[in-house]
Design a protein around this ligand. Structure first.
Ligand code: AMP
Length: 463
């Protein structure tokens, strides 16, 4: 984020709050005050990591921030971001949303050449590569050279002295957008961060595009071109906030559409439709609107039960589940209920909730899911589960229905999901739903041969 007048750390702090759903493990902010970089990181939620005093110790008009959701690297303070790497008169800070598939090879190569790593995060590999290239090339060519080496998903905020760079991988797998605020420009994973600063969404960063913020100016350069993007489809299903606009689509509308298509594809003879909170709410609204079945909530989530709630044994674990989610018994007794959730991963949530709703007196429970079955792991930035743990990787829909003990189970079709989003059908990464990935991943099927990337020649602006 670049802001010509204000204390940018406070603004980044607000923006990180808006992005808290994207990672709860750690948070960090780096700023540049015109002379040097100041940085603070900690384990925990944004509000736990940053105090007034901490923010006051971060002076500067430009900066970057991050909330961490681990997809690679251990749960340690060192692995929290932004990651800082110093060389000669320059300091580079990197904040990364995504996951590299080839970070192991790159790290071995860099270590072989004498680099010393201080984290186990794939993001540090990016920082080391950039440090090397920046000694040989100007900024755009250095970033282009780094991109040629990276395989995986990466939306990046990089600070190189007082220049901030936003960069989206060539397939645009993870989101990234640009916004205008008073006296400044913001690049963020989701538009809700721009809203939090009372700013205005300008547009999405294009796949393969670099946005350079320097001295209050913005310069955009398309570094790599790909025939078509491969946006993560799970962002629309689960990950992003409903109030975000992502790759031109309002997530709220997408999820209402999903619910509506689910109602057409899997109607149910039922008295009420209820979400599994919170992720199923918007889809349940769509199911209700399309089917005409009354919307009535059967479950309430307690938002104040912490992530780190201690559960020493099975009975305590069950108590924790009851503390997190409670049934609204009078809404349930004797009713035929459609329960809507966004996804089934291991099947644990659906099984537990069907049981709770049946124990509370439901006559029938029909489960409707706003994504197709998740049959394959994600290597590109969503911490899902291993193939062994994915219930739909091993069971048919009827098999899953039996395990979760639903009276019926219906998943939205892939075609229906894509229609709900409203982008062209070949613009997505659907790896978790099809087992076919947009990049070469060892041991998996890929469609990368159809997606040859082409560099724009050096110094051809393109954007
Ligand atoms: P499971 O209980 O393993 O079947 O997980 C399904 C539930 O977890 C659904 O209610 C989803 O909203 C939620 N969910 C889906 N994907 C993720 C994820 N990557 N991380 C955390 N929760 C998720």
């Amino acid at each position: 984020m670049g802001d010509t007048n204000k204390n940018v750390a406070r603004m980044i702090y607000y923006a990180l709050h808006a992005l808290q759903h994207r990672g709860q493990e750690a948070a960090g902010i780096c700023v540049h005050d015109g002379k040097s970089i100041h940085s603070y990181r900690g384990i925990g939620l944004v509000a736990e990591v940053f105090t007034e005093t901490q923010i006051a110790l971060l002076p500067g008009a430009v900066g970057i921030g991050h909330v961490r959701y681990p997809t690679s690297g251990a749960h340690t303070l060192e692995n929290s971001q932004p990651i800082l790497v110093k060389y000669r008169d320059k300091t580079i800070a990197v904040a990364h949303n995504g996951n590299l598939v080839n970070s192991g090879e790159l790290r071995s190569e860099l270590e072989g050449a004498g680099d010393i790593f201080s984290t186990t995060s794939d993001t540090e590999v990016i920082a080391h590569l950039l440090v090397k290239e920046i000694q040989r090339y100007d900024l755009a060519d250095a970033v282009r050279a780094v991109m040629r080496r990276l395989v995986g998903s990466y939306s990046l905020a990089i600070m190189c002295n007082d220049t901030v760079i936003g960069l989206r991988d060539p397939l645009g797998i993870k989101p990234l957008c640009i916004g205008a605020i008073d006296d400044g420009i913001v690049v963020a994973s989701e538009s809700v961060a721009i809203d939090a600063l009372n700013g205005r969404l300008i547009r999405d960063v294009a796949p393969g595009e670099m946005v350079v913020l320097r001295d209050g100016e913005m310069n955009c350069i398309r570094l790599v071109n790909s025939p078509r993007p491969a946006h993560c489809i799970f962002e629309y299903v689960y990950f992003a906030r409903p109030d975000s606009i992502m790759d031109t689509k309002l997530i709220y509308d997408v999820r209402v559409n999903i619910g509506s298509i689910l109602a057409d594809e899997h109607p149910a003879d039922a008295d009420i439709v209820s979400p599994i909170p919170d992720s199923g709410i918007t889809m349940a609204v769509g199911y209700h609107q399309r089917s005409g079945i009354r919307y009535k909530e059967c479950l309430m989530k307690n938002r104040y039960v912490g992530r780190t709630f201690i559960m020493p044994d099975q009975s305590m674990r069950e108590a924790a589940v009851r503390m997190k989610m409670n049934t609204i018994r009078p809404n349930i007794e004797g009713q035929r209920i459609v329960l809507v959730d966004d996804s089934i991963v291991r099947g644990t949530t659906s099984r537990r909730i069907v049981k709770m709703v049946k124990d509370a007196g439901a006559q029938k429970v029909h489960v409707r899911i706003g994504s197709p079955p998740i049959i394959a792991p994600c290597y590109l930035g969503i911490d899902m589960a291993s193939r062994d743990e994915l219930i739909a990787a091993h069971k048919t829909v009827a098999g899953v229905e039996t395990v979760i003990d639903a009276d019926s189970l219906g998943y939205v079709s892939l075609e229906g999901l894509i229609r709900a989003i409203g982008l062209p059908e070949d613009h997505f990464c659907t790896g978790c739903l099809t087992g076919i990935y947009p990049l070469d991943i060892p041991g998996e099927r890929s469609m990368s041969s159809q997606r040859r990337l082409t560099d724009f020649p050096p110094n051809d602006g393109g954007g």
